[in-house]
Design a protein around this ligand. Structure first.
Ligand code: SF4
Length: 965
């Protein structure tokens, strides 16, 4: 046979070649989602990352960020050695020092504080996923001045949920992706819960025609998930609460609420005292034993509302045994939301959502909930021992996140969404929104914060955890004269339910020395001079400001721990370099914020997949080492020897928070035979590694729904310590703790707010959700600042880590200010024009980009792209510095002065949540000669000692090329 030029050449393409000589499994940390990953190694270097198909979070799915973790790991921005400041603070002048020297310095500073006044340490951490350790460390140290990232981010969502339904969105609960027929998402961009939402939306979109689900996204901007929604509601920022109330108005008006659910599972029938002017007004009427009362229609008498046999009334006015009058909470609810001010017509102009749309959505919700009811034919038993032969589901689910949370009216908005879910009966039912264990928790939450000066003592641990949930003014952390006990003023009258602290106020308060001066600010992984700060220029000035009389810095000492040369490094006196997430152990614990799903409890670890090639240490190891060197209780044995000589891995296995309860739930007991509760198992980490670095307990089918009232689930949850008692968790449409604060503001009780806060507490601590104009909008002239300005997180990046990642930078190397074409037309702006964005606080210069999918009153940009020149070991002329910018520069941590001269924090008045999205601006076209570079630009930071040189051409992978596999 000769050569045939027409023969087909058989090509074989190996779609899955062997690329590695070793694969190690761990947990991704390129965002907060915590997917399982397989890290492929070649010659000891990371070659490739793929999703772990067996992992409960991502089931093999990996996003762009996750696969680009390689570039975070090999980033030239990685710190290489401990550093001591040698030049003026902020100059970026450091010398490399040994770990022994660094730890000795830290022990010297911290030891002196602990021996005298532990409050003088302010210890705040960023998005670090190890709060079970850091919070406990702060408690053992004795300082109340501790919190993590939550106050920045979504504490409104968490607190509102915990005070209402004992759970919330994201780590607390999820839509029933398999069965829901109607999904509403509020204020969700690409952020937390990234891959699970994508997988879930994929499931919705892939349904057959006869089981289709509708996905409605409520968001001022049509990016990310909103871009694939069946309906996008481009709402005006900060008005989601009004929109939800109009939906509730319509549902009540049409008598389309689940009264059976309200009677069975909520405090809707509880009688609320109506005695205006008295100290009991608005509180729940209770019997002598403290049981809430209702009107039992069967007995025609007042009765204990918790008894299973009562048939309670939801409306009417009743006389209590002491003669006072009372009405069911539901009646107050119905009266409020049936009011004409919440009609679709009344809210249409403010929200930007047409009345007809609101009416249609309300009808669609009711249709999905009540006309498309579903059942799961699994018998179950409720809290009272009543057998049910099936679970009945109202297949409407909801999810909300930062877009609703990061407003000064966000707490009430988040509660409003839960109220809507409750009225539809779609809490923890088939097709609805479902708890993720260990939720539901008891409502209201059980833990109170500690931190008043009588709970702090030199050389002693704090008399409780620094973070908790106040239920009344007596639980606040204020001194006898009303002064806040904490440096961030959390749990004071300025933010009574500040369940995650007010990290955005720490530097400003410490600089002012109000409520008292501190000595050392200890930060971990929180870029507090840049993209985690409001008022960036002012913050940098505060960090470097000196006391004229002493010549000392007003914040005397700053210790900073980070893996990277972020903007904050330049402001530290002592830098403790952390590893990357691929070089250390981590723990995603049930004691913290675990990776559970609605059908099961789960936790996970990270294991080191490569050894550090620099003089760096895992921060958790460093914290445990510092704890032992400082002799903190819990970190040393009776003889003073370190309790965890093997550092964090040792602690993960052997630390017990309570007998049998430790950081990890899987493979407990001497030989790994126990789950959640059991003795420490020396082999536990090896068992996790052998199992892909995660553990999961699947709930039996009869424990998967109505867990707030499901006896078998509650028994198990009490056995493993998730709930305090086997009793029904009553969902709280009426939030009595808020009324206690309001009564104090009316002058009742001995714990009294300061006069300048009295009116706002009385107005805003409403036990039923309410809406008020966001505080910045109310404080500025809206003609002068007519636009809302907000950020969105891009798919490819998470915080500032992503925008220094060599691969991800190629997707978002710079950011622009996006605005609606019509808005741009009015301002005579075209694509790529330069413009000034001006707030009441400052101004920035940016380039604009026009689009259609945005609310006309709103401008927006991607989050955390802009970089300070020289930071992150990027070139001084990097696109991120010359073309990137932050909205942070124009956001102030304080609102404009009030008539009495007082300036309120830019926060939700209930929780202290940072109100990032309240920002109001105007946009002005820049002069032609102003085009070319974003403003402001700050002095270029010199590189830190021992940073690896940044390559001018990235040659990652060249060494792998041409190798026979
Ligand atoms: S979603 Fe987050 S945790 Fe999951 S792979 Fe992407 S970056 Fe990693």
């Amino acid at each position: 046979m000769g050569w045939n030029p027409f023969a087909t050449i058989a090509e074989t393409v190996d779609t899955s070649p062997k690329v590695s000589d070793e694969v190690k499994q761990t947990t991704c940390y390129m965002c907060a989602c915590r997917c399982g990953i397989n890290v492929h190694l070649r010659d000891g270097r990371i070659r490739y990352i793929e999703g772990n198909r067996a992992h409960p979070v991502n089931k093999g799915v990996l996003c762009a960020k996750g696969s680009a973790g390689i570039m975070n790991h090999y980033s030239p921005a990685r710190l290489s050695t401990p550093l001591r400041r040698v030049g003026p603070r902020g100059s970026g002048q450091f010398e490399a020092i040994s770990w022994e020297a660094a730890l000795a310095t830290a022990v010297d500073w911290l030891g002196a504080i602990r021996r005298t006044d532990p409050r003088k340490l302010a210890f705040f951490t960023g998005r670090d996923q190890s709060q079970a350790l850091t919070g406990w460390w702060a408690q053992q140290f004795g300082t109340p001045n501790y919190a993590a990232h939550g106050g920045f981010c979504s504490v409104n969502m968490a607190a509102a949920g915990l005070y209402t339904v004992g759970g919330s969105f994201w780590e607390f609960g999820e839509p029933d992706w398999e069965r829901t027929r109607y999904l509403m998402m509020f204020g969700v961009a690409e952020d937390h819960d990234s891959n699970p939402i994508k997988i879930g939306l994929g499931k919705l979109k892939g349904r057959p025609a006869d089981a289709r689900a509708k996905f409605v996204s409520v968001n001022p901007i049509r990016t990310g998930y909103s871009a694939i929604a069946d309906e996008w509601i481009g709402i005006r920022p900060g008005t989601d609460g009004l929109f939800v109330f109009a939906l509730i108005h319509e549902l009540l008006r049409a008598d389309r609420v689940d009264l059976d659910f309200l009677v069975r599972y909520t405090n809707a029938p509880w009688l609320v005292v109506q005695d205006a002017g008295s100290a009991r007004d608005g509180l729940v009427a209770r019997d002598d034993a403290g049981h809430p009362l209702c009107w039992d229609r069967r007995a025609d008498a007042i009765a204990n509302a918790l008894l299973p046999e009562v048939v309670p009334a939801l409306a009417g006015e009743f006389a209590l045994p002491d003669g006072r009058r009372a009405v069911p909470a539901f009646q107050l609810l119905a009266q409020r939301y049936l009011d004409a001010r919440y009609s679709p017509e009344a809210v249409a102009a403010a929200t930007g959502v047409p009345a007809s749309t609101i009416r249609r959505i309300a009808a669609e919700l009711a249709h999905a909930a009540f006309d498309q009811q579903i059942t799961v034919d699994v018998p179950w038993t409720d809290w009272a021992g009543r057998r049910h032969d099936r679970f009945i589901g109202r297949p409407v689910s909801m999810h909300g996140m930062r877009g609703i949370s990061a407003h000064s009216n966000g707490f009430h908005t988040c509660r409003a969404i839960h109220l809507l879910q409750i009225l539809l009966g779609s809490i923890d039912c088939p097709g609805g929104w479902r708890y993720k264990p260990p939720f539901p928790r008891n409502v209201p939450p059980a833990l109170r914060p500690a931190g008043r000066s009588d709970q702090v003592a030199a050389g002693q641990p704090l008399a409780g955890l620094p973070i908790g949930f106040p239920l009344a003014p007596e639980d606040l952390l204020v001194e006898a004269d009303g002064t806040p006990s904490r440096i961030d003023k959390a749990y004071s009258w300025e933010a009574p339910i500040a369940a995650h602290g007010l990290m955005h106020m720490v530097i400003a308060n410490a600089h002012k020395g109000a409520p008292y001066p501190i000595d050392t600010l200890f930060l971990f992984m929180a870029n507090m001079s840049w993209n985690s700060a409001m008022n960036t220029a002012g913050t940098m000035a505060m960090l470097t400001d000196k006391d004229a009389s002493t010549g000392d810095y007003k914040i005397p000492r700053i210790i900073y721990a980070d893996a990277y040369f972020s903007e904050m490094v330049a402001y530290a006196d002592l830098v403790l370099p952390d590893t990357t997430y691929l070089e250390r152990h981590d723990c995603i614990s049930l004691l913290d914020r675990p990776i559970c799903d609605a059908d099961g409890a789960a936790d996970a670890i990270r294991q080191p997949v490569v050894k550090p090639d620099r003089d760096v240490r895992p921060f958790q190891d460093v914290l445990i080492d510092l704890g032992a060197r400082l002799g903190l209780p819990g970190f040393v044995n009776a003889d003073g020897a370190p309790k965890y000589p093997g550092f964090y891995p040792d602690y993960l296995v052997h630390h017990e928070r309570r007998p049998g309860i430790g950081m990890l739930a899987g493979w407990r007991g001497k030989s790994g035979e126990r789950e959640i509760v059991g003795e420490p198992n020396p082999d536990q980490l090896a068992r996790y590694v052998a199992h892909g670095c995660f553990w999961r307990h699947e709930l039996p089918e009869h424990e998967r729904y109505f867990r707030h009232a499901n006896r078998d689930y509650l028994r198990w949850a009490a056995d493993v310590g998730f709930v305090a008692r086997v009793e029904q968790i009553v969902l709280q449409i009426y939030c009595e703790p808020l009324q206690r604060f309001r009564l104090a503001a009316q002058g009742h009780g001995s714990a009294q707010p300061p006069d300048h806060l009295r009116a706002r507490i009385e107005a805003q601590f409403d036990p039923l959700p309410l809406w008020y104009t966001p505080l910045e909008e109310a404080a500025v002239d809206t003609d002068e600042f007519p636009l809302h300005a907000i950020t969105q997180r891009p798919m490819a990046m998470y915080h500032s880590w992503g925008s220094q990642n060599a691969w991800l930078r190629q997707i978002h190397g710079r950011n622009k200010l996006h605005m609606h074409r019509k808005t741009a037309g009015r301002l005579e702006l075209a694509d790529d024009d330069w413009a000034w964005v001006i707030s009441h606080h400052a101004r920035i210069k940016v380039q604009v980009k026009l689009m259609d999918g945005v609310n006309e009153n709103t401008v927006w940009t991607w989050n955390a792209i802009g970089k300070r020149k020289g930071a992150w070991n990027l070139a001084a002329d990097a696109l991120e510095s010359e073309g990137g910018f932050l909205l942070n520069h124009v956001i102030s941590e304080l609102l404009p002065p009030r008539s009495d001269g007082h300036r309120w924090a830019n926060s939700d008045p209930i929780t202290g949540q940072a109100a990032w999205y309240d920002l109001r601006v105007r946009v002005e076209k820049a002069a032609p000669e102003e085009a070319g570079e974003t403003y402001p630009a700050f002095a270029t930071l010199p590189p830190a000692p021992n940073l690896k040189p940044r390559p001018s051409v990235l040659r990652y992978g060249a060494a792998f090329r041409g190798r026979a596999e």
